[in-house]
Ligand binder design. Structure first.
Ligand code: CDT
Length: 315
C-alpha cells in the first residue's frame, strides 16, 4: 500500500519593497495554476511570502512597520488565493508576518487544506539576527526586533493523508526542530525560507550557503525518516541576493526535485509517505534505540557548559 502525496514547492523570486500585496497575490495564484496543471495536492510557499524581506530595514518606531504585517488571514487581499485554491482543490502552506490583536509580532506559516479550512498555524521558534540597529551593516537582519520567538514549539498535524509538520527558515539549521517533530511521527515537514547572502562580509567568500542549506534539510530528513519541503524566496531584493535552491527531500536524504532558477518556479515531487517507515521502523526506530536518559543536556541547557566544575571530563 502506498500513500502518495503530490507536493509542490512554490519558489518565489524577489518581492520589492514597493510591490503591492495584490500584485504578489497574483504571482502566488499564477504558481497555484501551474500546480494545478502539475496535479499538485499541497503547494508550499516561502517564509514572508507576501512582502519583501523587511527585517533588512530598520525603523525606530516599530508601529510604522505595521503595514508589513497581516492582522487577519485570510484578509481581503489574500482572499482570492484562498478562493482559487479551494476551487482547484489544492491545499497550501503560506508564510507571512502576523500581528496579533494583543500586539504580538510573529513570523508565521499556516496550513490550509484542499477545501479551504485552516488546519494549523506555526510560529517561528528560532529567530536569528539582531534586536537593535547595527549601523555598520550595509543591510540589517533585524528579525529579533520585528518578531517574538514563539514558545509554541513544533507541532504536527494529521492532514493530506499523512502527518505534517512545519518550521521556518532558521529552524531548519537546528536538529532539535526535526527531532521534536520526528518524535511525533512526522512524515513531511514544510519549511519556507529567506536566506540572504549578505550576512557574511562577501558572498563570494561563502560558497557553502547552498551546501549548508541542503546539508541540514537532507540530514534532518534522513535522521527522522521524513520528507522535507524547503521553499525559498530567492534572487535579488533591493540589492540583497538570497539563496534559491528550493528542494523536496526524501526520508532517505536524497533530493527528489530542486529549483533551477532563482525566480518564481514550481518544483514538484510525488511523495510516498509510506517510505518514511523504512527509516523510522528500522535504523531510526526511536522506541527501540533512543536513550533519552543520557540526553538531558538537550533540554536543560542553552549554551556550552563544561562537563565538570574543574574542566573537561578526564579518565
Ligand atoms: N530568515 C532566516 O531565518 N534567515 C536565516 C539567516 C541567518 S543570518 C542572520 C537563515 O538561517 O537562513
Amino acid at each position: 500500500m502506498t500513500r502518495v502525496l503530490r507536493v509542490g514547492a512554490a519558489q518565489l523570486g524577489p518581492i520589492q519593497r514597493n510591490d503591492q500585496r495584490d500584485f504578489v497575490v497574483s504571482r502566488l495564484i499564477a504558481l497555484l495554476h501551474q500546480a494545478a496543471d502539475a496535479r499538485v495536492e499541497l503547494l508550499v510557499y516561502p517564509e514572508l511570502a507576501l512582502t519583501t524581506f523587511f527585517p533588512r530595514w530598520f525603523v525606530d518606531d516599530i508601529a510604522t512597520a505595521d503595514h508589513w504585517y497581516e492582522t487577519a488571514m485570510p484578509s481581503p487581499v489574500t482572499q482570492p488565493l484562498f478562493d482559487e485554491a479551494k476551487r482547484l482543490g489544492i491545499g497550501f502552506c503560506l508564510g507571512y508576518a502576523e500581528l496579533t490583536p494583543s500586539g504580538q509580532r510573529f513570523n508565521t506559516q499556516i496550513l490550509v487544506d484542499a477545501i479551504g479550512n485552516t488546519v494549523a498555524k506555526y510560529r517561528k521558534v528560532h529567530i536569528p539576527g539582531h534586536e537593535t540597529h547595527e549601523p555598520d551593516r550595509p543591510f540589517q537582519h533585524a528579525e529579533r526586533y520585528y518578531f517574538t520567538p514563539s514558545d509554541d514549539g513544533f507541532g504536527v498535524w494529521d492532514a493530506f493523508g499523512g502527518r505534517i509538520g512545519m518550521m521556518i527558515c532558521n529552524d531548519r539549521r537546528w536538529p532539535e526542530s526535526y527531532r521534536v517533530m520526528g518524535l511525533q511521527g512526522v512524515e513531511m515537514i514544510l519549511c519556507g525560507y529567506n536566506t540572504p547572502l549578505h550576512y557574511v562580509p562577501d558572498p563570494t567568500q561563502d560558497p557553502l550557503q547552498g551546501f549548508h542549506n541542503a546539508l541540514v534539510m537532507q540530514s534532518g530528513a534522513y535522521q527522522n525518516g521524513t520528507f522535507v519541503v524547503g521553499v525559498a524566496k530567492g534572487g535579488v531584493e533591493e540589492g540583497v541576493d538570497s539563496l534559491a535552491d528550493s528542494m523536496i527531500v526524501a526520508p532517505s536524504g536524497e533530493i527528489l526535485a530542486k529549483a533551477v532558477t532563482n525566480g518564481d518556479e514550481l518544483v514538484v515531487a510525488s511523495c510516498d509517505l509510506d517510505w518514511c517507515a523504512q527509516y523510522t521502523g528500522t535504523l531510526f526506530n526511536f522506541e527501540r534505540y533512543r536513550r533519552p536518559e543520557v540526553y538531558d543536556r538537550i533540554t536543560s541547557q542553552r549554551g556550552v557548559r563544561l562537563a565538570t566544575p574543574s574542566g573537561i571530563n578526564k579518565l
